[in-house]
Ligand binder design. Sequence first.
Ligand code: BV8
Ligand code: ZN
Length: 242
Amino acid sequence: MTSEDLERVRQWLARAQAVTVLTGAGVSAESGIETFRGPGGVWEKVNPLELASPEGFRRDPRRVWDWYNARRRQLLGSRPNPGHYALAELEKRVPQFGLITQNVDRLHQAAGSRQVVELHGNIWEVRCTGCGRRDDRTGVELPEEPHCEVCGAWLRPNVVWFGEVLPADAWRQAEAWAQRAEVFLVVGTSAEVWPAAGLIYLASNAGAKVVEINPQNTSATKVADVALRGPSGEILPQIVSR
Ligand code: BV8
Ligand code: ZN
């Protein structure tokens, strides 16, 4: 990453009317939240298709809840990092701003971001597998085997598992923000999970300048106009002009 790259991106952001951001687990790494695929990532220990899937939950709901309760506990002790705050600051400066996240940790909202779409749901709300009622259990320690007080069925985390469709309204909003973007920031995602990753190609084909912010190359690097190689907690504050 050169200082010219940083300056180019700063200029693009200063001039843009419409900026859209797609974030993944990497934007929360500096808040102490493990990523999925990086070294030491969560997926190294567990098989996502076992735990982050309806089949896995049907087979062993207690095991899935052990994993989600552990992640909720980890989140209780975490705070947004400078990268989250820089994106909340950028939102104030851009006429048409949209933040699309694959993350379920709600750290963007905690940092002050408002125009946020959660493609994969969130880890704080629960949903009943019986009567469908939804409850916000932010910051609350859940029992090991959470059941619905009304109908007694198993509760599940209100996230989108593999093989499940994304919330239609969130997806529609994400597509519209990707389509209108003059600058599309891709921050902290391996761009492996679909259909979220498809938004990068949609934005690029619609004429956006694509900027990747990630210490590593990813599947999206080939589509990026500029790749800023480094941690988002350091790079984002540098490109959100003072
Ligand atoms: C669907 C919620 C179908 C739960 C998650 C084959 C080809 C293409 C697609 C598929 C396929 N086989 C199956 C599919 C579909 C599947 C899929 O994409 N599979 C992948 C694995 C191939 N997708 C689905 O199933 C989706 N649903 O397709 O429905 C359908 C259609 C019609 C009708 C019925 C059904 C649902 C996908 C959603 C799954 N849920 N999470 C939970 O969180 O517990 S996905 C999970 O992965 C998280 O949401 C996570 O955010 C997401 C993506 O991972 P990333 O965020 O990118 O994180 P990752 O660890 O991978 O990368 C971190 C990056 O950060 C790295 O690049 C690293 O370098 C970088 N980094 C590290 N430190 C930093 C940093 N960057 C910046 N700063 C740092 N400090
Ligand atoms: Zn119920």
